[in-house]
Design a protein around this ligand. Structure first.
Ligand code: PMP
Length: 448
């Protein structure tokens, strides 16, 4: 299998089995091996695979039309999805712009924010502050506000440097995430950064409400998001929420911002928004921004596939399924049960140094020493090895190195929101087996 030739190089030199089919929470390769999709791909397939209602809605749309260029036609599907999206967003965010993925949604938000500033006579504002580490996409604009060295370093000369503030990793800094003082401590770093840059130069702050790929399912400490919003308002800095991973029910609310009753200026979504059925992303913006930009001559931005009717029809059907099956609630309920199970595993496996998450976006982080929070040495490539062991055991999980790309390994467990307790039992069992194997494999190397 590993010797077969390929024109693809997604995974470097590593090879993966060939996918045959997927149903619900399971996937099968062409050799008939079954996997439980414990990370919904990359936190994408929120409603599970091959949902018949979504497939049927896509079939119906395909028979009508599969493409209408956005400058030539409006479509029923895009209108309907825009209305549904706006209804699910905080008040005022009632203008929606469709794209084909998360990076495109982030680029769109950056450009809308900038055009808004120009439209209202604040041309000096162009800096977008983000957090370190963070992940907002791989196109050069989105990469400039991303902080993840392995992906950003080579491209630095090609990008406009953007300011960063530390992500609120209370668990590493020895602070209590339940204490409001902790939330304020990290949020106040935003104020300090705005002042250091000069408020008149700062356009926006972009943040993942619950840290995703870069920080590993990291909820903000108490009081953090509210304080961040206060600071943005004080300095007239736009608040952009990157809900590419957290949106569409993943954290136990349709949008994670509902946990803190936030009123952002822009929200970007993708991943679970069309749940992997088609490439789709969206930017929902406050009408105040959009009206100003339209009055000033229009938004200078747009992709050929924006508002594609097939993608939008799938998006509508996905949201309808989330609503029909009560999947947001299931994400909250099953997420709490999954956290309990991960905490149980942490009690049994000292190599797990932290467990965290919100809804069905959960993670555990490996540490060599829980007390000192020392990470596993980088050369062990723990995250890769654990993922491969789990994979061999039939469980798909998602991992990245956590600590600014230099050290630290977290594993994200984020199954489709249709999971039952039975599925959670299966996931826990496979994690247990994999952790036992992983610990055995790694211990002699650690003791060296
Ligand atoms: N923002 C966040 C928070 C993400 O998690 C991702 C993808 N991991 C992106 C943006 C980029 O999305 P895409 O890969 O669809 O371009």
């Amino acid at each position: 299998m590993n010797q077969r030739p390929s024109h693809l190089f997604y995974q470097g030199r590593q090879r993966r089995p060939v996918l045959d089919q997927a149903r619900g929470v399971y996937m099968w390769d062409v050799d008939g091996k079954r996997y439980l999709d414990g990370s919904s791909g990359a936190m994408v397939c929120n409603i599970g695979h091959s949902n018949e209602n979504v497939l049927e809605a896509m079939r119906r749309q395909m028979e009508k039309s599969t493409f209408g260029y956005r400058l030539h036609f409006e479509t029923e599907a895009s209108e309907k999805l825009a209305a549904k999206t706006a209804a699910l967003c905080p008040e005022g965010l009632n203008r929606v712009f469709f794209v084909s993925g998360g990076s495109e949604a982030v680029e769109s938000a950056m450009k809308l924010a900038r055009q808004y500033a120009i439209a209202v006579g604040k041309d000096s504002r162009w800096k977008i502050i983000s957090r370190a580490p963070s992940y907002h996409g791989c196109t050069l604009g989105a990469l400039a506000i991303t902080s993840y060295d392995p992906l950003t370093k080579p491209f630095e000369p090609m990008m406009q440097a953007m300011p960063k503030i530390p992500a609120p990793r209370a668990y590493l800094d020895g602070l209590d995430p339940e204490d409001e003082a902790t939330g304020h401590h990290y949020a106040d770093m935003l104020e300090a950064q705005i002042l250091a840059e000069g408020p008149d130069t700062v356009l926006a702050f972009i943040v993942e409400p619950v840290g995703g790929a870069s920080t590993g399912a990291l909820p903000p400490p108490k009081g953090y998001m509210e304080r961040v919003q206060e600071i943005c308002r004080k300095y007239d800095v736009l608040l952009i929420l990157d809900e590419v991973m957290t949106g569409a029910g993943r954290t136990g609310k349709f949008l994670a911002c509902e946990h803190w009753d936030l009123q952002p200026d822009i929200i970007v979504m993708s991943k679970g928004f069309a749940a992997g059925y088609v490439p789709l992303g969206a930017m929902a913006a406050h009408e105040r921004l959009v009206e100003a930009v339209l009055d000033a001559g229009g938004f200078l931005h747009g992709y050929t596939y924006a508002g594609n009717p097939l993608a939008c029809a799938a998006g509508v059907a996905v949201i309808e399924e989330i609503e029909r099956q009560g999947l947001v609630q299931n994400s909250a309920t099953m997420g709490a049960k999954l956290m309990d199970r991960l905490e149980g595993l942490m009690q049994r496996y000292p190599i797990i140094g932290d467990v965290r998450g919100m809804g069905l976006l959960t993670a555990f982080e490996f540490m060599a020493d829980r007390k000192t929070k020392a990470p596993l040495p980088a050369h062990l490539k723990a995250f890769d090895r654990f993922v491969n062991i789990a994979y061999d055991n039939g469980l798909i999980v998602y991992s990245r190195r956590t600590r600014n790309g230099v050290e630290g390994d977290h594993i994200i467990v984020a199954p489709p929101m249709i999971v039952t307790e039975g599925h959670l039992d299966e996931i826990t069992q496979m994690l247990d087996t994999s952790l036992a194997q992983f610990t055995d494999e790694i211990r002699p190397e650690l003791d060296k």
